[in-house]
Design a binder for this molecule. Structure first.
Ligand code: FAD
Length: 487
């Protein structure tokens, strides 16, 4: 046992490659794109640089761990810092709230701006921490698809605490109970979108995300999100990993009950084990035709419509991360998940990395990443959706920020579900595979390995435990426990 193939260089594939190399495997990563990173990508244009996918870094300790595993110090590869203000929120009623990382400052801000009693925030975040403590050892960092795990004492202990996980209420119901101010109900419900779900349907267990953001903190790489990929790519290469970029895997080869390698460019290449970091739904349709798996019945997570704008003006009233909330949040999710369209009144997310990263925009300008949540691609008319949304977004920005933003846009590029699918082979452009809109979703995600097929492992956002950088890194940790050292 010594040769491993990794399909895809998204964050899950990169982490798996680093771990396998540290275990002594001779690792080859096959990536169809010309650059590594998958959804973590960047655009550069005339002095502007945009991170095109993730903009928020949480649980950086999982990145640190990869450097420890590989035996290198993180300092010469990657630097990041905790944000003082994780996000600035603008509400339609004129309220503006800064979400300070410092809990005492955040509670004071919520009390002064919204009249929210501080103890409500403490209670909510303590509960979120409790959910994290119960779920992390058994769910986030463990496989739910291995029978022997269920008999481990810590697993049984956590199972007894399942009623504490708020499975039976939606996030919105729980948040409405927890907070007096509608603004905080909306703010804390927003975390459902971190895994592409609907807070009016998703179980309140997902309040765990507010623990990750508000208790553990929000971080940002000092050179922007793509520097995370650069760092992990360099770490992998220094650990002996070979990258074959511009190389699409066409098939995972199977003999009997065993994966034996991959097929690319008409050539069969033998490997002792294969790790797929590609979207599992895409894998079944295209690379594992001999294995039948139903994929279409579950609901897709949301996708995104993103405008990357070079803006030749500075907006001191904005932070690195900003949210301009809609008035009717429920209608927004109803439109996305039931009607597969965008609502008329949109919540707009503005991420401006040039606020922190010098050189991400020309002097006196800013690089705006303007995103709204969108349905996955079901064949809608995206040109029309994009045009309508652009108008609605511009009018909202002008109203809330008292500006004429269209006068300052000197560069524009648009990303939407079809481009996301083309670039990363994520089925229907869904950002996180299937949604977590039901209380059983956690148990329904694709496993990290299969009992009927040996030597094939799955990592990344479409499989257990879920999407987002930290969970993709957790998926790599889970398979690391299963894969023996190379012999
Ligand atoms: C717009 C947007 C915003 C987001 N915001 C955040 C955020 O703020 N914070 C956060 O934590 N997460 C965020 N996410 C989610 C996060 O980016 C993803 O969950 C994560 O990056 C997915 O990683 P992955 O390992 O699943 O691989 P992916 O990034 O999906 O990459 C898969 C890779 O596999 C390659 N591939 C696929 N098939 C093949 C094949 N047959 N042969 C060769 N190569 C193949 C693809 O080209 C791609 O490079 C966001 C995502 C998007 C798109």
């Amino acid at each position: 046992m010594g040769k491993a193939a990794v399909i895809g260089s998204g964050i899950g594939g990169l982490a798996a490659a680093i771990q396998l190399a540290a275990k002594g495997y001779q690792v080859v990563v096959f990536e169809k794109n010309s650059t590594p990173g998958g959804k973590i990508a960047e655009i550069k244009h005339k002095g502007y640089r945009f991170d095109t996918g993730p903009s928020l870094l949480t649980m950086p300790e999982l990145v640190e761990e990869l450097f420890e595993v590989a035996g290198y110090s993180i300092d010469s590869y990657f630097s990041y810092k905790k944000l003082d203000i994780s996000c600035k929120y603008f509400f339609e009623n004129g309220n503006i709230l800064k979400a300070y990382s410092d809990k005492e400052k955040f509670k004071k801000e919520c009390w002064e701006k919204l009249g929210e009693p501080p103890q409500n925030i403490d209670k909510h975040l303590d509960k979120a921490a409790e959910i994290y403590d119960i779920t992390s050892p058994v769910f986030i960092f463990n496989s739910l698809h291995k029978a022997s795990n269920y008999w481990k004492p810590h697993f049984l202990k956590s199972m007894l605490k399942i009623p504490k996980l708020q499975f039976y209420k939606t996030m919105y119901q729980q948040n409405r109970k927890n907070f007096q101010s509608p603004e905080l109900v909306q703010l804390f419900s927003r975390y459902a979108t971190y895994n592409g779900s609907n807070p009016y349907k998703a179980p309140a267990t997902l309040d765990v995300i507010s623990h990750i953001e508000n208790n553990k903190g929000v971080f940002f790489p000092e050179k922007g999100m793509y520097s995370l990929v650069d760092a992990l790519y360099n770490l992998a290469v220094n650990g002996g990993v070979e990258f074959r970029l511009n190389t699409q895997v066409d098939k995972i080869n199977v003999e009997g009950k065993k994966a034996t390698g991959i097929k690319t460019g008409g050539e069969d290449l033998g490997f002792d084990l294969v790790v797929s970091g590609a979207d599992s739904n895409y894998v079944y349709e295209n690379m594992l035709p001999s294995i039948h798996r139903k994929t279409n019945k579950k609901e897709w997570s949301s996708s995104a419509l993103i405008f990357y704008w070079g803006v030749k003006k500075e907006f001191p009233q904005l932070e690195l991360h900003n949210i301009l909330f809609s008035t009717d949040y429920k209608a927004e999710f109803e439109a996305i998940f039931s009607e597969k369209r965008l609502s008329d009144d949109l919540t707009v997310y503005l991420f401006i990395s040039s606020k922190m990263v010098q050189g991400d925009a020309p002097s006196g300008a800013e690089n705006w990443y303007v995103m709204v949540n969108a349905p996955a691609n079901y064949g809608q008319d995206w040109e029309q959706i994009t045009q309508q949304a652009r108008k609605a977004i511009i009018s909202k920005i002008n109203r809330v920020l008292d500006t004429h933003i269209e006068e300052f846009i000197e560069f524009e590029k648009v990303g939407f579900p079809i481009t996301i699918e083309q670039e990363t082979f994520s089925k229907n452009g869904a950002l996180y595979g299937h949604s977590s809109n039901s209380m059983f979703s956690a148990f329904l995600r694709h496993p990290n390995f299969l009992s009927k097929l040996q030597d094939l492992y799955f990592v990344g956002g479409s499989v257990h435990p879920g999407g987002g950088i930290p969970l993709c890194l957790a998926s790599a940790k889970i398979i690391d426990k299963e894969i023996p050292k190379a012999t």
